[in-house]
Write a protein of this length. Structure first.
Length: 393
């Protein structure tokens, strides 16, 4: 099937080991871990509003290989071409008196943040190489994948108490404080807790997570990368978050999770038109996500697909985070028989769409999108995968 990319864990490990040998004097790494990216089937921009999300872990991974060293120095290399330079960084492992601080290069801030917020320690010195096939800026959570891989690596160096939820929260804190990105909890949660054959309904208020089976052998999830790249920090994301907080405050609620559509309409005069529409998306999307989990359990893929499309339209019109490329991809996919639904996924402004379809329709859909889409898309055909893991070298 032309245009498909099949990610390969073995290849990532092989690349990482080879770079490790070349960089660190021919020695072999002792530890290898992986953590997946994710795609969110429905529930977009709801996590920081204490709502529900329905992601699944992908076979797109960040791999970290390395070994402890005795001198307290940390040396890390990334093989990611898209990462900013330098590709190798060195610093002293943090102490109480000398904590780590963010800086340049930007890619290293995600790693440093996790080291600083690691829940055990003290973290020893170590050498490591990071490789990933999660596309950067594609809305598939390359950042959480990197954070969770780093945390899983640290667990092998100096074990923590094994609390998975606390692990996800520490990784989220790293992104808030070192990458200056006020993300919700979804990305780190699914990278830690993902399970093969299941999507995860996460309640972002209570942090309760329920596995929902997605095991129909005739069903696949297709991710289509528009290959239009977005950067969220310092852009529209913090603005949307502020608008949601403004709406919740006007409604007298802690978060939009507590608000109903009736309450929003009653308070419309208190809000600007733009803030009203932002809140309308979030309240509607939270309800859609709970409904979508139920329809998936019942095997009603047609209704699930309808909710996906409703979600996309709301993200396009009310939340205004879509873009012409994503709209084109969704429109093209939904014209093909065997497609249940499609929508933009991730923060928006480029990145990927997610499509639920019958496996037998894959070739038709890819061909149709290639004919209709003005850009150069990349396709990933996948099913739900496991979360972070220790790998054999």
């Amino acid at each position: 099937m032309a245009g498909l990319v099949f990610p390969d864990l073995r290849e990532l490990l092989s690349t990482s080991k080879s770079v490790y040998r070349d960089t660190f004097g021919g020695s072999e790494p002792e530890i290898a871990v992986s953590a997946p990216g994710r795609v969110n089937l429905i529930g977009e921009h709801t996590d920081y509003n204490e709502g529900f999300v329905l992601p699944m872990a992908l076979p797109l991974l960040t791999v970290m290989v390395g070994s402890p060293v005795g001198d307290g120095a940390v040396s890390i290399v990334t093989t990611a071409e898209e990462a900013d330079s330098p590709k190798r960084i060195e610093f002293a492992a943090p102490t109480e008196d000398h904590p780590l601080k963010p800086g340049e290069p930007r890619w290293a801030n995600y790693v440093k943040g996790v080291i600083q917020h690691y829940r055990a320690g003290p973290v020893p010195g170590f050498n490591a190489v990071i490789s990933s096939n999660v596309p950067l800026g594609g809305g598939l959570s390359s950042s959480a994948s990197l954070e969770v891989a780093t945390y899983t690596f640290l667990q092998q160096l100096c074990p923590d108490d094994g609390d998975l939820i606390a692990k996800a929260l520490a990784c989220q804190k790293a992104e808030h404080t070192f990458a200056n990105m006020p993300c919700g909890i979804m990305d780190q949660f699914i990278s830690v807790l993902g399970k093969k054959g299941h999507v995860l309904l996460i309640d972002c208020r209570s942090l309760e997570a329920k596995l929902v089976p997605l095991t129909d052998p005739n069903l696949v999830v297709m991710i289509t990368n528009s290959n239009v790249r977005h950067t969220l920090t310092g852009s529209e994301y913090p603005t949307r978050r502020r608008q949601c907080e403004e709406a919740a405050k006007a409604l007298g609620k802690v978060s939009l999770r507590e608000a109903s559509m009736e309450e929003l309409d009653a308070a419309k005069a208190l809000l600007t038109e733009e803030v009203y529409r932002r809140a309308r998306h979030v309240i509607g999307e939270i309800s859609r996500t709970v409904q979508a989990a139920e329809t998936l359990k019942a095997g009603d893929y047609k209704e699930f697909g309808r909710l996906m499309l409703e979600s996309h339209n709301s993200l396009r019109d009310d939340y205004e985070v879509s873009c012409p490329e994503l709209d084109e991809l969704v429109a093209a996919a939904t014209e093909v028989l065997g497609v249940y639904g499609s929508r933009m996924t991730g923060g928006g402004f480029g990145g990927c769409t997610v499509t639920l379809l019958e496996e037998g329709a894959v070739n038709r859909v890819i061909q149709h999108i290639k004919e209709k889409y003005s850009g150069s898309p990349t396709f990933y055909i996948t099913k739900p995968c496991d979360g972070a893991a220790v790998q054999q070298l």
